[in-house]
Design a protein around this ligand. Structure first.
Ligand code: SAH
Length: 584
């Protein structure tokens, strides 16, 4: 799911246009298009999903002549003008129309209309599952019979040569002869008559080809050589993931064209990098021409991170080919999301953060915050830590990511405000692990925002945020900051104002602020903002110490301009004063 997608939103009526605009709020990169039947072809197969806000009949007529193949047709979703039903009309699985219809329905509070049999029966879709696991479908002809078998019998027998998590309805078998689905990079086997139907071949795209070639070798010759090597070693062409060669060959036209035709990544290495690979026999001719002892073998090993070759160097005319199997850990999409869940319950989480949590395999967090989002994580692997185990939380996240899983580290409020974001990045900086997972920080509503909103508008002007916890910051630093912020007339927000261990901090902070501000200066005290048990007190510096507060409280202290009105705390920005309109 991503809000980055460039959807084409077609509308006819005014209501349709308004709904399209609402959706654009969710998908900022969407394009709103006034519908004409002739316009649709210009958007077909441009890699964009198409969403039509109109009667389904109009859409069926407009796309009928365009629809060709479920592998290439775009997702088509039809939405009624009120946003009540999102119909997944075309390319439900590979095209992603089912997922889009569900996402749109969730956003609009409507219902997704899904008709694909696997979804209706709560079974995995074989093609989607394959794609999610980076498996290429080799024989599409077999797909529909296999999918029907899954729907009719409720299960499939799967033989796999790689370590892969199978859905419950896929029963792993050890004999390829009785499998409905084969996950392997070996070529097709001539099965005996046991097989009533042709099995479905799924190719893990994990073969890396090291390639060397003479200057001017054309793409056809390279492709023939590669196909011949693959066939001779009973390896599937569709299992190829990428190519690797010498840096100088990175722009060799034939090689570049071959890579582009098949969408293979082409990686290059310098002679020094290639020569550093041990145990490769040296070719004098290659060395004199390039400075590298050898090309295809070390390039395949470097790019795959494998220790041994699957196929050693094969020379076919102007081309040399070596094959290696991608190291299992390499290329996995492990990711660490550091997610802010806001100050309270689920309704204060941003949609983006919500989806990151849903996308993660493992959830890590502090128990108190996890307890606020039970529905969101009930089906996940959850690791909860105590209050002071932040470093352990960060380390564990890194460990899990290095196993190839994606993990969401949960922070209350905003993760970058006294939260987990800095910690995860620091742990990452200090780790020795060679593969660094990608870290994405997702913002949340901080306690500051939630408490300010509850009070009215106290931080309309420059403000300073200070934590009174001296667990990691010496009191002297806190004292200096309180002093400076008070003297400069900042509105001051105090996080971590008081705990059982140190009740005197708020008393000392008040004394410092009182050196620069009047005792009548308004103060707002908010506990558990946005939660059911929230509590708000509007008081002033003089009375502050008589009020109850704890570690779930944030205190906002006004500047010299802040006033109280009807229970609200307001720090004027100066709009009305400037025009002489302010009533004091
Ligand atoms: N990352 C969090 C802050 C963590 S520090 C954020 O951005 O909000 C913990 C402190 O946040 C608490 O001691 C308290 O001062 C404040 N806090 C967190 N949730 C709060 C809430 N719902 N209401 C008031 N203060 C809150």
């Amino acid at each position: 799911m991503d809000t980055d997608r460039k959807i084409a939103l077609f509308y006819i009526t005014k209501g349709g246009f308004e709904l399209a605009q609402r959706l654009k709020g969710f998908y900022p990169r969407a394009e709103i298009v006034k519908f004409h039947a002739e316009r649709v072809s210009a958007f077909w197969n441009k890699g964009k999903p198409l969403l039509f806000i109109m009667a389904a009949g109009i859409v069926v007529r407009a796309i009928a002549s365009q629809a060709k193949d479920k592998r290439t047709d775009p997702a088509v979703v039809v939405l009624d003008e009120k946003g009540r039903f999102a119909i997944s009309l075309l390319s439900g699985h590979i095209g992603g129309a089912n997922a889009l219809a569900k996402e749109v329905a969730e956003f609009l509070g409507g219902e997704a209309v899904i008709t694909t049999a696997s979804d209706v029966n709560n079974l995995p879709s074989v093609d989607l599952w394959a794609r999610e696991h980076h498996l290429a479908i080799e024989n599409w002809d077999a797909l529909s019979a296999i999918s029907t078998k899954l729907i009719n019998t409720g299960a499939l027998r799967v033989y796999s040569e790689i370590l892969i998590d199978l859905p419950e309805t896929f029963l792993e078998v050890s004999d390829p002869e009785c499998a409905d689905v084969l996950i392997a990079h070996k070529g097709r086997t001539n099965f005996s008559a046991h097989h009533a139907k042709e099995p479905l071949y799924l190719r893990p795209r994990n073969l890396v080809l090291g390639i060397g070639c003479n200057r001017g070798t054309d793409a056809d010759e390279i492709e023939s050589a590669v196909r011949a090597v693959m066939e001779a070693h009973n390896l599937a062409f569709s299992a190829i993931r990428s190519l690797a060669t010498l840096d100088k060959k990175g722009d060799e036209p034939g090689l570049v064209a071959f890579a582009q035709t098949h969408d293979f990544k082409l990686e290059t290495f310098t002679p020094a990098e290639l020569n550093a690979v041990r145990g490769i026999s040296k070719s004098e001719i290659v060395f004199r021409a390039t400075g590298a002892n050898a090309v295809s073998e070390p390039a395949a090993l470097l790019a795959s991170e494998a220790d041994v070759l699957l196929v050693s160097k094969q020379k076919m005319g102007n081309v040399t080919v070596a094959v290696a199997d991608m190291h299992p850990q390499k290329g996995k999409d492990s990711k660490i999301y550091v997610v802010g869940t806001g100050p309270g319950g689920i309704e204060h989480i941003t949609p983006r953060a919500f989806r990151a949590i849903r996308a993660a395999d493992v959830i890590i967090g502090y128990k108190t915050y996890l307890d606020l989002i039970p529905d969101l994580i009930e089906d996940k692997e959850v690791i909860s830590f105590g209050m002071t185990q932040e470093v352990e939380r960060g380390r564990r996240a890194l460990e899990i990511a290095s196993e190839g899983k994606s993990v969401a580290v949960i922070s209350g409020g905003d993760p970058g405000v006294y939260g987990m974001a800095g910690l995860v990045l620091e742990v990452l900086k200090n780790s020795d692990s060679p593969s660094k997972p990608h870290v994405e920080v997702l913002p949340g509503v901080s306690a500051l925002n939630a408490c300010a909103a509850r009070l009215g508008a106290p931080i309309m002007h420059d403000f300073a945020v200070i934590s009174l916890s001296d667990r990691l910051t010496p009191w002297e630093a806190i004292r200096k900051r309180l002093e400076a912020a008070s003297a400069a007339d900042f509105v001051i927000a105090l996080y971590n104002p008081k705990s059982k261990g140190r009740p005197e901090h708020i008393r000392r902070a008040r004394a410092i602020i009182l050196k620069h501000r009047k005792p009548e200066t308004p103060v707002g005290i908010v506990r558990a903002a946005t939660r059911e048990t929230d509590r708000v007190i509007v008081t002033n510096l003089k009375e502050l110490l008589d009020c109850e507060m704890d570690m779930q409280t944030t205190i906002i202290i006004g500047n010299s301009q802040t006033f109280v009105f009807d229970g609200y705390l307001v720090t004027p920005r100066g709009y009305l004063e400037k025009k002489g309109l302010a009533r004091r």
